[in-house]
Design a protein around this ligand. Structure first.
Ligand code: EPU
Length: 346
């Protein structure tokens, strides 16, 4: 046990990660601690360095597949706090600590009349995880608002600030999944929101349920919550990690060829030469929607979501493999996993 400031700080051994794991499977962390401030985090990093332990940071655990026990030190990031600063008459910068819950913060911003995040309501997980995969839904992405990200560099234990540009955001990706993978732990995220209503109602399924032609931010928020509640399983009831695959980005020529054979396949423009195709459609049209394989399966309302009835992370990965092979066999398109997988041998 190590003392940190006035609060007691403990590094525990052999801890079951079930409470932190959205797929609700029992896996053991060799060492575990929760950190509520930067002093504690620095102590945890120093413990890991002294004992030569690999570090695995976890936030809300909503986008993780834990497929086996985790060696080294698992650090639960539990930093809290929100700080707002007016930038102009119409803009406000809000700095959120990494351990704040994403959806709670979307509601908090709406109450404070800081607009922009409504389309991203009900996304599970914590603030600190949001930049890693550049969360997005209903026509809006985190990178539309992000000003900066404060991180701790694991090699130096120094705090650094990355600009939006440094984060190299793309569709469900960022520098944190690419060249800077495992280099940093995110401490806080600063978003620039608007004090005047900003409404983005163009996403087809959202537009379809909006009653008014001039929706308010609150209308958007409520409609997004409704769509998600109707269509996506609640991880607290049926364990899942949201979309299990990214929508594949393929050469537009290949997408055009697929469109000839499959005119119903939803295809979205991506760059000048590439297109994004609906992974859910491809999976559904391989017959997987509602499919059950032992204790895991594919959700009956959204083919992109794998659900865990009573299985484990390995069962989910076996199912994911089966889906990827079938989709490749039928459409020659490779699916890519969206969540982060831990606990499989390197
Ligand atoms: N579709 C099917 N079968 C299905 C579901 C969808 O064919 O079972 C087709 C429909 O044609 C539908 C289209 O796919 O119109 C798009 O469906 P949806 O709006 O549900 O979006 P998605 O591409 O399946 C993405 C995100 C979701 C996000 C929604 C809404 C990814 C990997 N997923 O899903 O994000 O909520 O758009 O914007 O980009 C997540 O990342 O965890 C997540 C839930």
């Amino acid at each position: 046990m190590i003392e940190a400031g006035s609060s007691e700080f403990t590094i525990q051994k052999s801890i079951d990660l079930k409470p932190f794991n959205s797929l609700a499977i029992s896996v053991i962390a060799q060492h575990f601690c929760g950190v509520e401030n930067i002093t504690q985090l620095k102590m945890a990093l120093s413990f890991a360095k002294t004992n030569n332990l690999k570090i695995t940071p976890i936030g809300g655990g909503s986008n993780l597949v834990l497929a086996g026990d985790i060696d080294g030190l698992v650090i639960h990031i539990d930093l809290k706090g929100v700080f707002a600063e007016a930038i102009s008459k119409t803009q406000v910068d809000i700095k959120f600590a990494a351990g704040e819950n994403w959806h709670a913060m979307v509601g908090y911003c709406l109450e404070n009349q800081w607009y922009g995040l409504e389309n991203l309501a009900l996304i599970p997980g914590n603030m600190g995880a949001a930049p890693i995969q550049n969360i997005g839904a209903y026509g809006v992405e985190l990178c539309d608002f992000l000003q900066s990200v404060e991180v701790i560099n694991l090699a130096t234990a120094e705090v650094e600030t990355l600009s939006a540009r440094d984060c190299q955001f793309g569709y469900r990706t960022s520098v944190f999944k690419q060249s800077a993978k495992d280099r940093y732990i995110i401490l806080s995220v600063t978003l620039r929101l608007s004090t005047v209503a900003q409404v983005n109602s163009e996403y087809p399924s959202l537009k379809a349920i909006l009653q008014s032609s001039e929706p308010t931010p609150k209308d958007i928020y409520q409609s997004v919550c409704k769509i998600r509640r109707d269509k996506l399983p609640d991880p607290a009831q049926i364990p899942n990690v949201g979309s299990f695959f990214k929508n594949p980005i393929i050469a537009s020529e290949i997408a055009d060829a697929l469109a000839v054979d499959y005119p119903e396949l939803p295809i979205y423009p991506h760059t000048e030469s590439t297109s994004k195709v609906s992974a859910a459609w491809l999976i559904e049209h391989c017959g997987f929607k509602g499919y059950r394989k032992g204790n895991v399966g594919v959700h009956h309302n959204q083919a992109l979501v794998l659900v865990n009835y009573q299985g484990n992370g390995e069962d989910i990965l076996v199912l994911a493999d089966e889906i990827m092979s079938k989709v490749f066999q039928k459409f020659s398109v490779r699916l890519e996993l969206e969540p982060r997988v831990y606990g499989v041998p390197d």
